[in-house]
Design a protein around this ligand. Structure first.
Ligand SMILES: [Zn+2]
Ligand SMILES: [Zn+2]
Length: 387
């Protein structure tokens, strides 16, 4: 039997496919997603959503709201649409955003009768300075009852899992140039600062948790082999299973950096070069409802959620109940951040996965609007896990 949600979905599928393909064909880096932003707004505006441009002061962000005349929960879908350098939509944010706008359009068809408010928020730059961090800091999620978005992945649906809290730290060492053969004793080698830092971090790895990750690159290692480098720098990502543990781990890495400066006589500067992300705290009750609805759609093989990697959805999950499950876009395995991943995001299989994710997000929303106790259970869990 075809459900109401499926009928509504069929009414929107053409414009959703067009939106996905357009964004795939026009990849834009974080905070430069002008075409993608306008394409989302165009569709939502035509369907009578109230549009707030440059939401929270971010040029390529937006908020689209549809409020029904009846009271009810506020349910938000977050649309990402940033691409990656050189590989375009290798993370599939074209289809992630399309799924969120799709869920918003379809849920809107229900709320006049059932009550509530539907919100689609355009959240730029997930791959770098995630806009959700600014939005969380501005407190915009505090009066929203539920937030959902679904990420594309390889071959299976995956429940909403957790992600690693992450800090992006840059280490800069300053020394003094000298002729590397003629007068090396008069120089202070900034590159030695960086090399000692890497060695100290590597020695520390034996005493860190399995869920911790420390990975860096040297971004400046000197100018010429015959000059003692007076400047060198490295960019690191440091990740741990929770925000609290991340703070401890970051401090340990910073101590390694300070020790390296002391050992080499260099001067050290430490700064954050991108936003830090909190870990994702999936609301288990909300996730159960989403998974139940996937099963109602006939999907049997649903895998447990991921643990590795980081996302700015983490910051949202500290503000209100959140799920961030994944839907399949390919018949086989896919490597994230690859050209193959981008190509998979416009295939028939991708549209099948997207449809299932959209329908399940909409059915979950309808369940919550209809059942006040369910919403209360979800909120109670959020409050209990808040600290
Ligand atoms: Zn990514
Ligand atoms: Zn992604």
């Amino acid at each position: 039997m075809i459900t109401k949600a499926e009928i509504f979905y069929l009414n929107h599928i053409d414009e959703l496919m067009k939106l996905n393909y357009f964004i795939y064909k026009n990849p834009e880096l974080g905070n430069k997603e002008i075409k993608a932003r306008d394409a989302h707004i165009d569709i939502l505006e035509k369907k009578n959503f109230q549009i707030e441009k440059e939401f929270v002061g971010i040029k390529t962000a937006f908020k689209a709201t549809y409020t029904s005349k009846k009271d009810g929960p506020k349910i938000a879908f977050l649309a990402e649409y940033d691409a990656l350098p050189k590989i375009g939509h290798g993370c599939g944010h074209n289809i992630l955003g399309t799924a969120s706008t799709g869920a918003g359009l379809i849920l809107k068809e229900f709320v006049d009768e059932l009550g509530g408010e539907v919100i689609v928020i355009g959240t730029p730059a997930e791959e770098s300075d995630g806009a959700k961090v600014d939005m969380a800091k501005a407190g915009i999620f505090k009066d929203i009852d539920i937030v959902m978005s679904a990420h594309p992945t390889g071959e299976f649906h995956m429940e909403s899992g957790s992600s690693q809290a992450m800090e992006a730290i840059r280490f800069k060492y300053y020394g003094k140039t000298a002729h590397a053969a003629g007068a090396p004793h008069l120089g202070i080698n900034a590159l030695d600062g960086i090399i000692t830092l890497f060695n100290s971090v590597n020695a520390m790895r034996q005493q860190i948790c399995e869920t911790d990750r420390i990975h860096g690159i040297i971004t400046n290692g000197g100018e010429a082999a015959n000059i003692i480098p007076d400047f060198s720098s490295a960019d690191f990502y440091i990740r741990s299973s929770s925000d609290k543990e991340l703070k401890i781990l970051s401090e340990r890495v910073k101590k390694c950096a300070e020790g390296a400066a002391l050992a080499t006589g260099t001067k050290l500067e430490i700064e954050n070069y991108e936003y830090s992300f909190k870990d994702l705290r999936t609301n288990k009750k909300l996730s159960e409802v989403y998974t139940k609805n996937l099963k109602l759609l006939g999907i049997k093989d649903i895998k447990k959620g991921k643990k590795a990697g980081s996302t700015d959805m983490g910051d949202v999950s500290y503000c209100c109940p959140v799920i961030h499950p994944s839907f399949p876009i390919s018949e086989g395995k896919l490597i994230g951040h690859s050209i193959e991943f981008a190509q998979a995001s416009i295939t028939e299989k991708a549209y099948e996965g997207m449809k299932e994710a959209i329908l399940s997000m909409v059915m979950t929303s309808v369940d919550i609007i209809k059942d006040k106790n369910l919403l209360q259970e979800i909120k109670d869990e959020f409050i209990k896990n808040k600290n």
